[in-house]
Design a protein around this ligand. Structure first.
Ligand SMILES: NC(=O)c1ccc[n+]([C@@H]2O[C@H](COP(=O)([O-])OP(=O)(O)OC[C@H]3O[C@@H](n4cnc5c(N)ncnc54)[C@H](OP(=O)(O)O)[C@@H]3O)[C@@H](O)[C@H]2O)c1
Length: 326
């Protein structure tokens, strides 16, 4: 690992920044390929002077992608989007962008490539996001057969977009909604099932498959130790933020109608495609290799989530907590 040059696309994102940090700790030289290098300056402090460098790149440009992987031993692709906007389509980012990176990595002589895919990537999925992740995997494999696919479930950690978003919502909204096909308190009425995985474990998995030689061409499903329903996740969030917001199960058809409007927000809270994605449980059946096959013990949500959700507690609770810590 020491002195290897690793190019990380999307290294400024939630997962990417953890991978960059772990690579730098392991002694690698890291080239972070991002659209906006100014937004990624904070990554420079992850390593010694000159260990982490930043290059501007548009993943729609063959020349810029080729320049970003020039001389790289290994490449990681963490670029992804949750909703489409203008020319930023799932096909452009998850399929053609990933393929462009894989082809450039192969041409540049990189020996290892890690592709951040997603649990539930499926060519037959009703969700365009999940179909594009499957098409991206296929395109990457065709261009770079030894590429390793990492398929995480929903990821938690300090700057995640999932737990933080609902904790924030609980501060301002009297209700936290989730979607279910069954009456909320009846058996199976807890909504979609997830197996949240810690971002530190995802970063560790990426570094492990890069640094060991026997993972080429494999796919790993990255999940946490516990399966939760959406209702249980919301209950956990309210517990750790000390809030009593009403959790309300709604039929999926209500979600579809809400999404028709919410998709037009500058940063959409919900899109019609996400409602389709939420209609499928996001858990591993254990038939595919996972974290334990990489020698990683998965971290529980209960040991991490309270450490960063406490800032969402009501002011008086935060004050009490600070005083009790003195
Ligand atoms: N977070 C999860 O729960 C989760 C779960 C399963 C799979 N994944 C997958 O894991 C990967 C990383 O996710 P994340 O949570 O770290 O996402 P993120 O925080 O949104 O980061 C995505 C990264 O992609 C970059 N990016 C987006 N559009 C781009 C474009 N057109 N050209 C170049 N770069 C672009 C972003 O750069 P800017 O900052 O410039 O936008 C950012 O660095 C994604 O492939 C995602 O699908 C994530």
């Amino acid at each position: 690992m020491k002195n290897r040059l690793v190019t990380v696309f999307g290294g400024s994102g939630f997962v990417g920044r953890h991978i960059v940090r772990r690579l730098a700790e392991s002694g690698a030289r890291v080239r972070v390929a991002v659209r906006d290098t100014e937004k990624a300056y904070f990554l420079k402090t992850c390593g010694d002077l000159g260990q982490v460098s930043l290059v501007p790149v548009s993943i729609g440009s063959d020349e810029e992608v080729a320049r970003a992987v020039e001389g790289a031993d290994w490449v990681v692709n963490c670029v992804g989007i949750l909703y489409e906007r203008g020319s930023r389509t799932f096909d452009a980012i998850h399929v053609r962008g990933a393929e462009r990176i894989a082809k450039a990595a192969a041409r540049a002589g990189a020996t290892r490539l890690v592709q951040l895919s997603a649990l539930g990537a499926d060519a037959q999925s009703p969700s365009a996001y999940a179909r594009s992740k499957a098409a991206g995997e296929a395109a990457v494999k065709a261009a770079f057969p030894e590429a390793v696919m990492l398929r995480p479930s929903v990821i938690f950690g300090q700057d995640d977009g999932f737990f933080n978003m609902f904790a924030d919502l609980a501060r301002i909204s009297p209700v936290l909604p989730y979607f279910t096909h069954v009456v909320p308190h009846a058996e199976g009425g807890g909504g979609t099932k997830f197996q949240p995985v810690f971002v530190g474990d995802v970063a560790e998995a990426a570094v492990t498959v890069l640094s060991e030689s026997d993972h080429g061409g494999k796919s790993y499903e990255l999940v946490g130790p516990t399966v939760y329903t959406m209702r249980e996740i919301l209950e956990m969030i309210l517990h750790y933020t000390d809030r009593t917001t009403w959790i309300c199960g709604m039929p999926f058809w209500v979600g579809r109608i809400q999404a028709l409007f919410l998709q037009f927000l500058p940063k959409p809270l919900l899109t019609p495609d996400q409602v389709k994605l939420l209609d499928i449980d996001n858990v591993s059946d254990g038939s595919q290799p996972g974290l334990s096959d990489l020698g990683i013990t998965s971290t529980t949500a209960e040991s991490i989530v309270p450490t960063y959700l406490r800032r969402f507690r009501p002011y008086q609770q935060q004050k009490k907590l600070r005083l009790s810590e003195r």
